[in-house]
Ligand binder design. Structure first.
Ligand code: PGA
Length: 248
């Protein structure tokens, strides 16, 4: 791994203000020259975005939203947050297409609309894709990834603002990670599918049960530009360990 390595902390519906002090060590680590290529981005629940922005103000750690509405600015959508609102809070990124939101009803068409709106508001998009266990067993992984990529990225022009997070759904929150060969094969398929759409080389991240133990094997897989970490990112100690083991 040579260029930037992304470390994404996806807090999901966890976290409270009491967690903020535990981030001091991580902030210090991020300032060390050795870790400059670590691009650390936190995705707390909406309620903590402002606190984290303030916490990270003198560091290069970025903050993003875990989802957003497809309407760019304002509208009568109770419970929703727009790309503009995320921007106003100082977010640089948004996660879109996460499997937990796909399971809750988002389809490729909805995700595409959100991606286009987020890009219009100058947000960078962490676009999540991945097959379910059922699809994997039926050997549908390639066709699922192809559909998610082609429909999700329809009409996208600015690929410089897209990061892909490959997250096999059966790996998220289960403690199970794909075998290295399988993971590498799927990442290569993704790279090929993307290369048909743009010459720009998008960062490709892996997500799904990444922790401070399995990171040693995951980091050796070619073509991974970083990791999307869910539950392990709630512990700064574990998250720091993941960063240190990847970069050392
Ligand atoms: P996990 O979550 O690391 O807890 O499996 C990953 C994710 O949110 O995508």
């Amino acid at each position: 791994m040579t260029n930037n390595i992304y470390f994404i902390a996806n807090w999901k519906m966890y976290g409270s203000t009491s967690i903020l002090n535990s981030l001091n060590k991580l902030i210090n680590l991020s300032k060390l020259k050795k870790y400059h290529k670590a691009k650390i981005i936190y995705f707390p629940p909406f309620t903590l975005i402002k606190d984290l922005k303030k916490k990270f103000i003198k560091s290069k750690i970025s903050v993003g939203g875990q989802n957003c509405h497809h309407i760019e600015d304002y509208g009568s959508f109770t419970g929703s947050i727009s790309p503009k609102m995320l921007k106003d809070l100082g977010c640089k990124y948004v996660i879109l297409g996460h499997s937990e939101n796909r399971t809750a009803g988002e389809n490729d068409y909805d995700i595409n609309k959100k991606i286009l709106s987020a890009l219009n508001k100058n947000l960078k998009v962490v676009f999540c894709i991945g097959e379910t266990l059922k699809e994997k067993r039926k050997k549908l992984t390639y066709s699922v990834l192809k559909k998610q990529i082609n429909q999700g990225l329809k009409n996208v022009k600015n690929y410089r603002k897209i990061l892909i997070a490959y997250e096999p759904v059966w790996s998220i929150g289960t403690g199970v990670i794909p075998k290295s060969e399988e993971l590498e094969m799927n990442l290569k398929k993704i790279i090929k599918l993307i290369s048909k759409r743009t010459k720009f080389k998008l960062p490709i991240l892996y997500g799904g049960s990444v922790n401070n133990k399995n990171i040693n094997s995951l980091k050796n897989i070619g073509c991974i530009n970083g990791f999307l970490v869910g539950s392990a990112s709630l512990s700064s100690k574990k998250f720091i360990d993941i960063i240190k083991k990847t970069i050392n």
